[in-house]
Design a protein around this ligand. Structure first.
Ligand SMILES: [Zn+2]
Ligand SMILES: [Zn+2]
Length: 358
């Protein structure tokens, strides 16, 4: 793991103007090479901001579990150098001539994707996340054949369609995890109708995704039960996150007592685990919704319209994830702690203050 990360860090150092990634409609790519080489470069600067692009200075970047999977090539599709990070927030420093929604100084973010075809049925229905040609924020190949690089870096250039505006009242560091963990849980809560007051919602797993799911479900007015293997999480789930009840999934008495009580369950656990005991907790017509690993791999998340809607909702209800802000040089230690689930509940890299230019 460390080697891969080291590679990523070298890459990020060697590209001080850095990072990339867009489904550019500009064409005229020059191709990208190692280091500070440029694409779409006409004037000798790195990554010129295209007509429809927004360039922003990255201030914070959340560390998602999928960053860890990618760094370690656990999904078998990693190519190196690899620069992770898809919970990216910062401040706009430049906009292209055709950009309409953003201006210099705006607080913005980029989540899991930076491109899609814009013509298929999914794209036309604001479901870019299901577009067969969707381009992930990092470790993906862009339309011009270059690689995309994520937010463990200092700048990002992306088509404005993939930019989200961060509400003024949300702290930028805590807003970062909303861009993956937030939309990945908000979207299924909405889609599966678990967003109605009084709905009885179970949340399995209390990590980066689960704790945001609890906050969103509570803001929708749902009655929320956390289901976890760790009794030690009970107090925080109820007192800090606002859950209404807590079930220890390994306690047969507690599971028995909750049989047939839930309208739906959001399952955020990516490790292999039994689903049948969870089924018994559902009312008839109840449903279990799996997020997490699949979502991170790109089968879920949420479209750009809904991502903006999610973050506006978070602003309105003052929902911000619980985070631990860390300096860039702590990233390898953070990855090791992530393996042990030793974080409450999301690491966020303090890119703006601690990433030193090469
Ligand atoms: Zn993620
Ligand atoms: Zn499409």
């Amino acid at each position: 793991m460390e080697n891969c990360l080291e590679t990523a860090r070298k890459r990020e150092k060697s590209t001080s103007m850095v990072v990339v990634s867009l489904a550019s409609t500009m064409g005229s790519a020059n191709g990208v090479e190692e280091g500070v080489k440029v694409r779409r470069d006409k004037v000798g600067l790195s990554w010129v901001t295209g007509d429809e692009d927004v360039r922003f200075k990255i201030l914070y970047c959340g560390i998602c579990h999928s960053d860890l999977h990618n760094v370690k090539n656990e999904w078998g599709n990693s190519t190196y150098p690899l620069l992770p990070g898809h919970e990216v927030v910062g401040v706009v420093t430049e906009v292209g001539s055709k950009v309409q929604k953003y201006k210099v100084g705006d607080r913005v973010g980029v989540g899991c994707m930076v491109g899609a075809c814009h013509t298929c049925e999914n794209c036309e229905n604001n479901l870019e996340n299901y577009c067969p040609k969707m381009i992930l924020t990092y470790n993906a190949v862009d339309y011009d054949g270059t690689k995309t690089f994520g937010g463990y870096s200092d700048h990002m250039v992306t088509n404005e369609r993939y930019i989200v505006r961060i509400p003024d009242n949300l702290p930028l560091d805590a807003a970062a995890p909303l861009l993956c963990a937030g939309i990945t849980t908000y979207s299924p809560l909405r889609y599966f109708g678990l967003d109605k007051p009084g709905t009885k919602v179970g949340v399995v797993g209390l990590g980066g995704l689960g704790h945001v799911a609890v906050k969103f479900a509570k803001a929708f007015g749902a009655i929320v039960t956390v289901i976890s293997t760790s009794p030690s999480k009970k107090q925080e789930a109820i007192e800090v996150l606002g859950a209404d009840s807590f079930i220890v999934s390994t306690n047969p008495d507690e599971m028995q007592a909750a049989m047939g009580t839930l309208d739906g369950i959001i399952d955020t656990v990516s490790a292999v685990h039994a689903l049948v005991p969870l089924l018994f907790l559902l009312k008839s017509h109840g449903k279990i919704i799996m997020v997490g690993r699949k979502a991170i791999a790109g089968s879920c998340i949420g479209g750009m319209k809904e991502t903006q809607e999610m973050i506006d909702f978070a602003g309105k209800h003052n929902i911000s994830p619980l985070i631990e802000v860390i300096p860039m040089d702590y990233v390898n230690t953070a990855m090791e702690r992530l393996v042990k689930a030793d974080v409450k509940y999301r690491f966020v890299l303090d890119v703006g203050n601690t990433l030193k230019a090469a």
